[in-house]
Write a protein that binds this ligand. Structure first.
Ligand code: FDP
Length: 335
């Protein structure tokens, strides 16, 4: 099997970026290794999908009232088990559990993990792309008394990651000012990347949003979409996979903007969860030269009020997000 000698692994990336941070090097290596192992396990199960009888509903609802799929449960058990065994994680917050779970660890070097173990559940039964999303935080100091307090008082992510299970399995990591893209070699089990930072390409022309909800959006948003379709020059194209990881990844590689806004009226906070969906994507975007906003402020400056808080998310190439903000009445400052 041919392997380009300049290819590097997530291990190489973390080692390179922690040469002056020995304290966090070990937990970051252990957590990244757990994410890689979970990615291998999930990718291997997903390759067999319906043959294993795992692509259907688990016939229960999660704390947020959403139908749980069997693969949601498998993702939860897989990643939680791996983080527990790493002994580098103080607590895990998951979309699949009401409260963060405190894990046994070496307290001096432990970090917090927030995760959506299986993103894009509605794509499972139709063999379309899905993913897993993680944000790794430093615990607040002094350590908060409650498991929830740890996450509500944590700083912005130290490291963010997602796995995309598609034609191949990608692992994207953002850490210390760089975003890097790795691909799983299914023969060796290694995640390999070309060793260089990834940046959003200039002049992206993709917008991604579920336009079916447009009639329920605020007027400035409707006007923005209408302008994109009728007047913007150069024109843009619409692509929507329906899994945040898939939509974000395409825009990261091609240049584009992803929008999951709030609806006018009762559902004012949008659908996506701050700590394990919006925040990691914002962090990955930022490290790749992009930006994320809730429509009014940078996602990375939002202080969470609850661990499962939902926020609107607009994320992508800086020029496109800036244009969105200008046209909807909240120009970005400082960018
Ligand atoms: P899911 O199918 O798991 O609920 O997490 C929310 C999410 O996935 C995102 O991944 C995805 O972008 C979004 O829902 C799609 O929602 P819509 O069907 O509302 O467009």
């Amino acid at each position: 099997m041919y392997k380009n000698p300049s290819f590097g692994t997530p291990f190489d990336f973390i080692m390179e970026k922690t040469s002056d941070n020995q304290t966090e090097r070990t937990p970051l290596l252990l957590i990244t290794a757990a994410i890689e192992q979970g990615g291998r396990t999930m990718a291997s199960l997903l390759r067999k999908g319906p043959l294993l009888g795992i692509t259907g509903s688990a016939q229960i609802r999660n704390v947020q009232g959403e139908e749980v799929q069997t693969l949601d449960q498998i993702g939860q058990e897989t990643f939680l088990g791996l983080f527990r065994r790493s002994r580098a994680v103080l607590s895990v917050l998951s979309e699949e559990a009401e409260m963060p779970e405190v894990l046994p660890c070496d307290e001096k070097t432990s970090l917090l993990v927030a995760m959506d173990p299986l993103d894009g559940s509605s794509n499972i039964s139709v063999n379309a792309p899905i993913g897993s999303i993680f944000s790794i935080f430093r615990p607040p100091a002094p350590s908060s008394s409650s498991p929830e307090g740890l996450f509500l008082n944590a700083s912005s992510p130290l490291l963010s990651a997602y796995l995309l299970y598609s034609v191949s399995t990608s692992l994207v990591l953002a850490f210390s000012g760089e975003t890097r893209v790795f691909t799983l070699d299914p023969d060796t089990g290694e995640f390999l990347g070309d060793g260089s930072p990834w940046r959003f390409p200039d002049k992206g022309k993709i917008y991604s949003t579920n336009e079916a909800y447009l009639p329920r959006w605020e007027k400035p948003l409707q006007d923005y979409l209408s302008w994109i379709k009728k007047e913007r020059n150069p024109s843009m194209i619409l692509r929507y996979i329906g899994a945040l990881v898939g939509d974000f990844h395409r825009n990261l590689l091609k240049g584009g903007i992803y929008l999951y806004p709030a609806e006018a009226g009762e559902k004012t906070s949008g659908k996506l969860r701050l700590l394990y969906e919006a925040c990691p994507m914002a962090h990955i975007a930022r490290n790749a030269g992009g930006i994320a906003t809730d429509g009014k402020q940078d996602i990375l400056t939002i202080v969470p009020r609850s661990v499962h808080q939902r926020v609107p998310l607009i994320v992508g190439s800086v020029d496109l997000v800036r244009e969105f903000q200008e046209r909807t009445g909240h120009p970005l400052s400082g960018l």
